[in-house]
Write a protein that binds this ligand. Structure first.
Ligand code: ATP
Length: 239
């Protein structure tokens, strides 16, 4: 049984239908990527999984439970955690305080587990460990992305939703962020990633879905899609 299963999901904004019945699955432990051009419906898919956008048709099953109608904050307590869009770091709070915000929706059973997770996050992001007391707003773009991902990890995600974590970052930082995403997944966190950086995302994903104007047009192992001539041409800038 997949950890997350989306069946025939249709989502719209008013009368505009953004997703026309998409289906996808994420297995426990997988890193799955959603690739698509601007406006394909990637963010809408993430919003529907977080519960911010309602479905007009179809269903979302998480760990065997139908969560289609579940409120967003309840999904958080179930472990469906999205790193905030546009990073969403609190500028007037320190790095440490920002990370702490992550666990409020999904509290730790013990102080020991809190400490353990915090150390794990600082282990993944040594840069954040060096800057625990620096204000979030003064961190660089790449560092803020690290804070956002670190904060999501503090909620102990059972599935981590990442919406374009590489957006607006310099190539060297992008490499670093993708390496960390692979590490987080290798340590056992299931991840659904939305990315425009198809090269990096596909090479690191177990599987991927290609979304075009609200429909899944192709799916397969990341490396297979990376070698697909049509995908190379459309998403990798190779003719
Ligand atoms: P991008 O890579 O540009 O962020 P995306 O694949 O994430 O694109 P979505 O943001 O999911 O695409 O948008 C899918 C469609 O839904 C687009 O046609 C978009 O214009 C439309 N849409 C998104 N948000 C709204 C909204 N709040 N109101 C009306 N239409 C919207």
């Amino acid at each position: 049984m997949p950890l997350l299963e989306i069946k025939d999901m249709t989502v719209g904004y008013g009368r505009i239908e953004a997703l026309h019945g998409i289906s996808l699955t994420v297995e426990q432990g997988e890193l799955v990527t959603l690739i698509g051009a601007n406006g394909a419906g990637k963010t809408t898919t993430m919003r529907a999984i977080s519960g911010i956008r309602p479905l007009s048709r179809g269903s979302i099953i998480f760990d065997g439970q139908d969560i289609t109608k579940m409120k967003p904050h309840v999904r958080v307590t179930e472990g469906i955690i999205q790193a905030p869009e546009g990073r969403g770091v609190f500028p007037g709070m320190t790095v440490q305080e920002n990370l702490d915000m992550g666990h409020y929706g999904r509290k730790f059973p013990s102080k020991a587990e809190y400490n353990q997770t915090l150390e794990k996050v600082y282990g993944l992001f040594p840069r954040l460990a060096e800057r625990r007391t620096q204000m979030g707003g003064t961190m660089s773009g790449g560092e803020q992305q690290m804070v956002a991902i670190g904060r999501a990890l503090m909620a102990r995600p059972r599935v981590l939703l990442l919406d374009e974590p590489s957006m607006g970052l310099a190539p060297m930082i992008i490499q670093q962020i993708f390496r960390i995403i692979s590490d987080i997944n290798a340590e056992g966190t299931t991840i659904l990633l939305v990315e425009q950086n198809a090269q990096q995302a596909l090479s690191r994903s177990h599987r991927a879905y290609i979304l075009e104007t609200g429909e899944v047009v192709k799916t397969g192992p990341g490396k297979e899609l990376l070698a697909d001539p049509a995908i190379k041409e459309a998403y990798l800038g190779v003719a």
